[in-house]
Each structure stands twice: as C-alpha cells, then as structure tokens.
Design a protein around this ligand. Structure first.
Ligand code: ADP
Ligand code: MG
Length: 225
C-alpha cells in the first residue's frame, strides 16, 4: 500500500504540473505562430518560415495530447456520502497503521452528510492525512477520525493524532511543494490535498502542538436540502 500511495501522490502532481505547463506554453506559442504566419505572408524567407510553422504545429499537437491526458483526470462532481467515504478510507488504512501498532478510531460519525465532490480525489485527501497522522504517531498511540456537521451547512472531517506535532515555522511550510521532514517523503501529499479541497470550495485548518499532536480539519460545504 505504501508504494501505491506514494505513486498516486506523484502521479496526481505530475498530472497537475503537466496541465499547468501546457496551459502556460499555449499563449506564447499562439503569438509565435501569428508572427511566423505574418512573416510568410510578407514572403520573408518562405523556406524557413514554413519549417518554423511546421514545428510550431507539432508542438501544438503535443500540447493538445497532454491537455487530453489532463482532462481524463478532471473531476466528476457527484453526490458523496462523507461518512461512507471516510469509512472506506479507514478500512484501507487500518492495516497500514497496525504495522506500527497504531489504532485508528472512529470519532463522531454524523450520518447523511452529503456533499458534492469527486470521491476518488477526496479519498486521496483522507488517505494522505491519515497516512501523515500515522507516520507522526508514536507506537501504541491512536489516530482519531471523525465526520461532523455544523449548523452553518458544512461538514467537518477531522484527523487527529497524538504524534510529534509541528513547530511554528514548520506549520507555515505545510502545503509547499517538496516540504518534507521525512527521509523518504515526497513533500507532495499536502500540496495535492490542499489543492483538491480548494477545488471543492473547502478549507483546511491545522492546529498542532510539539510532542502533543496535530489536528487536520477539512471543511466542505454540504449539499443544501
Ligand atoms: P510527506 O508525507 O511525503 O513528507 P506531506 O506533504 O504529506 O509530505 O507532508 C509534509 C510534511 O508535513 C511532513 O513531512 C511532516 O513534516 C508534516 N506533517 C504532515 N502531517 C503531519 C502530522 N499529522 N503531524 C506532524 N507533522 C505532519
Ligand atoms: Mg504525506
């Protein structure tokens, strides 16, 4: 599982980076293409401008293909039952946690907590947060995961550990690409997770105390009834 989780973390970042790069390159390419076209119309060295145009078209084609790839990974927004999704995630992570003698416990589980979202991406977020919590935990401690509804129409998913916590300056770096304090960490999990929550109009807040533990709290708008 460890390997799989790391792999999917990397993949989703690469997907996002590729889409970002493709998007950025498109505009200068279009401008370049316009100038070359103009040069050809003015008969400025037809032979060379033809080659340049052909090459620009080739680049465009490659970009198109990348954009297609990124599109496949685009979100589908369905009705998602949060406590169901969190339970599925816990099942996945329990074996991983027990390897380090850490128990994952269900906290409050408000039923019928419906949101609109991409369940695969959200699952990835919860996997990231729980994996981090387990990795920060000391042997024999517990990680608690809860799903609650607020009166204001939000769902709150909390992942709480009794681990080593974070210093003030580390807290500020959370979500920066490649920020990791682990020997074999990617430093990408939180960046991807924060992005996914942002794309769901949600919010992530973190409170942490060194040597006491950390709470990651994800707030998502509920489907109004
Ligand atoms: P990685 O897990 O590969 O290091 P992440 O983006 O998932 O990358 O996390 C970045 C860093 O944030 C971690 O290396 C760790 O220092 C810190 N961190 C994340 N979650 C926790 C947590 N629950 N407790 C303590 N530190 C954490
Ligand atoms: Mg991580």
């Amino acid at each position: 599982t460890e390997e799989l989780i790391v792999q999917s973390e990397k993949l989703s970042v690469i997907g996002q980076l590729a889409a970002g790069v493709a998007h950025e390159i498109r505009n200068p390419l279009a401008i370049l293409s316009g100038f070359v076209q103009f040069m050809r119309e003015e008969h400025i060295s037809d032979e060379y401008t033809n080659i340049m145009l052909a090459e620009i078209n080739r680049m465009n084609q490659i970009l198109e293909e990348y954009m297609q790839l990124a599109k496949v990974k685009q979100f589908t927004y369905d009705e998602v039952d949060l406590s169901g999704l969190v339970k599925e995630t816990l099942l996945l992570m329990e074996a991983y946690a027990s390897l380090s003698n850490i128990s994952i416990q269900y906290g409050i589980q408000d039923k019928d907590c419906l949101i609109r979202g991409d369940s695969n991406s959200l699952k990835q977020v919860f996997i990231n947060l729980i994996k981090n919590a387990v990795e920060a935990s000391v042997q024999g401690s517990k990680v608690e995961v809860s799903v609650k509804r607020t009166s204001g129409g939000y769902a709150i998913i909390e992942v709480k550990d009794e681990g080593h916590g974070l210093e003030e300056d580390q807290l500020k770096k959370l979500g920066e690409p490649f920020f990791t304090t682990k020997d074999t960490g990617t430093g990408l999990g939180l960046m991807v997770s924060f992005k996914i929550i942002e794309q769901h109009n949600g919010e992530v807040t973190v409170t942490s105390e060194p040597n006491k533990g950390t709470v990651f709290s994800v707030k998502l708008p509920e489907i109004s009834k």
